[in-house]
Design a protein. Structure first.
Length: 546
């Protein structure tokens, strides 16, 4: 068995020394070390400046100009990452899976390296959506070659305004041309959906072979036309290339091109101009839940959150996986409710499956037992109601939760609902210089307010300095018994101070916030769809990652 260092190096392309450093920082936890590495390395460096792995280098800067369809996908780089040139469309075998359950494992595809997860997730989601409509679909179902070809045809045809498609295949023989280069491919026009499916079936070996994902991306761009892709990118605030960054990730624009036939990468419920409500078309074959809703407070559009087939692409911070519900006949008919907490509603149970093909957490088909009271309602027509609104803080409301009590975290690492938390309350700000001016709370909707409490509670944090901490670097706690703040020099009674509060004493909204902060990321992501969600995992000590 490979050591953790060897697995880290194989997955990230980092050196053994870097692997040792990150593993040490993560306390030997491979998953955490990989996450730390990608978090540290995630940047906006253009592809031209980055070499990832030992990809396909097929020329120099003096070579002939690159065609538009290629530069839309890759920019001007002449090095295609190994993550893409080695990726196949073969289904994994059961002995490759890190899974407790053997159900639905026929839909899993191994992803050796980070990068192609978005396109792989799109293929798997469309494949699942189509197969779920078959009468014999179930845990033992194995997708056929015809099933896979139908899914690929759906993704390529989405880019077409009519039935005409430009489909890429490898040249025969490829000769000296490297995988993915313009010299390695041929384009063939098909004029009907039947002809497209027949062509893909005839050339299915090309699509399944190493680098075959590139044929799908190239075909979609060429079918839509590079000019239209560029126009849609720039008019909606995007920019090429469609595969970007240090780890060659799929952009939301590429995902949108494949799933709905336009390179507008907005997955939210509101447009960028004027905040008008928007949605993806009814023909979109699957749904999507995105971490962007959690981080930015903008709801995902209605069609992606509630697709016809109960299949969703799950978008974490830098990875895509796939989730689906089965058996669908056992899914409760939930009502929509915009309340995160409604104790009057009864919880109902159902089962969700999630596949992740990327090491070190995958390949794994995870079974999740879910319990919820309702689903999120459609996004409001008015973006001001659908997007989080800043309200002018009321004196005594919780402004922020700074941290969990370290001793509690150490004693009960997964018991965040049993911890105490350091909280900072809002202080008077008549001029608005501290918090700024927001919308006033509507009568009856004001947050709960608290008394400041006792002053002799150990070390304390200045509640006034905390608001501007990133400007003043006022991060250090004041010593127990100190009467004035070491940062601003003002009396504690004038500036306010942090205090500790148990989870049970937090308002419901802040309890939900701590749930999102400390529970497994997949539970937070699924919580954007299902309200009052409780999750049980097939492996309680190893929740699936997203």
């Amino acid at each position: 068995m490979e050591s953790a260092t060897e697995q880290f190096v194989a997955f990230t392309g980092a050196s053994a020394d870097e692997a040792a450093n990150y593993l040490e920082a993560a306390g030997g936890n491979l998953e955490m070390a990989v996450q730390l590495f990608f978090s540290a390395m995630a940047g906006d460096a253009p592809m031209e400046d980055v070499v990832v792995g030992s990809g396909t280098d097929w020329g120099s800067a003096d070579a002939a100009p690159l065609p538009d369809w290629y530069t839309v996908v890759w920019g001007q780089t002449r090095d295609i990452p190994e993550a893409w040139t080695l990726q196949t469309l073969d289904f994994v075998s059961l002995d490759q899976l890190k899974t407790i359950e053997s159900a639905f494992t026929g839909f899993g595809m191994l992803q050796p390296k980070n990068g192609p997860c978005g396109l792989l997730a799109a293929i798997q989601a469309v494949l699942l959506a189509k197969c779920s409509k078959k009468t014999d679909f179930g845990p033992e179902y194995k997708p056929s070659t015809h099933d896979l070809a139908e899914a690929l045809a759906t993704l390529i045809a989405s880019s077409s305004a009519d039935d005409r498609c430009q489909v890429m295949t490898w040249k025969k023989p490829v000769g000296s041309a490297s995988i993915g280069s313009p010299e390695s491919v041929d384009s063939v026009e098909v004029t009907s959906s039947a002809e497209l499916l027949a062509f893909i079936l005839e050339h299915i070996a090309d699509f399944k072979a190493p680098g075959g994902l590139l044929l799908i991306a190239y075909s979609a761009v060429l079918t839509h036309s590079p000019e239209k892709v560029m126009s849609e990118l720039t008019s909606t605030g995007g920019q090429p290339p469609l595969i970007y960054g240090q780890f060659s990730l799929c952009t939301s624009e590429l995902m949108s091109l494949l799933l709905r036939g336009t390179a507008d990468g907005n997955v939210g419920a509101y447009g960028s101009v004027g905040g008008t409500k928007v949605d993806w078309p009814a023909s979109t074959p699957c749904g999507m839940l995105s971490n962007m809703e959690v981080e930015h407070g903008v709801p995902i559009c209605d069609r992606l959150k509630t697709p016809d087939a109960p299949v969703w692409i799950l978008h974490g911070r830098d990875h895509f996986t796939v989730a689906f519900i089965h058996p669908i006949e056992a899914l409760p008919q939930f009502e929509a409710n915009d309340q995160d907490q409604d104790e009057s509603m009864e919880s109902r149970n159902f089962t969700l499956w999630q596949f992740n093909g990327l090491p070190p957490n995958g390949p794994r088909m995870a079974k999740l037992s879910l319990s919820a009271t309702s689903i999120a309602p459609p996004a409001p027509d008015d973006h001001k109601k659908g997007v989080a609104t800043f309200h002018t803080p009321i004196v005594g409301q919780i402004y922020d939760v700074v941290q969990a009590l370290p001793a509690d975290k150490k004693d009960r690492p997964k018991g965040w609902s049993t911890w105490s938390y350091e909280v900072v309350m809002s202080v008077p700000d008549e001029s608005g210089a501290l918090y700024g001016r927001g919308e006033p709370y509507k009568p009856g909707c004001e947050p709960k307010v608290f008394e400041q409490g006792q002053e002799n509670l150990g070390q304390w944090r200045c509640a006034t300095c905390y608001v501007k901490r990133h400007e003043t670097f006022a991060f250090k706690l004041n010593d127990e018994g100190a009467e004035t703040c070491q940062h601003c020099g003002k009396k504690r009674s004038d500036v306010g101070w942090s205090l500790w509060m148990h989870y049970n004493d937090l308002p419901k909204s802040w309890q939900a916030s701590m749930d999102r902060r400390y529970q497994p990321d997949i539970a937070t992501l699924l919580g954007t769809k299902w309200k009052n969600l409780q999750v049980q995992y097939d492996d309680a000590d190893n929740p699936p990652s997203v």
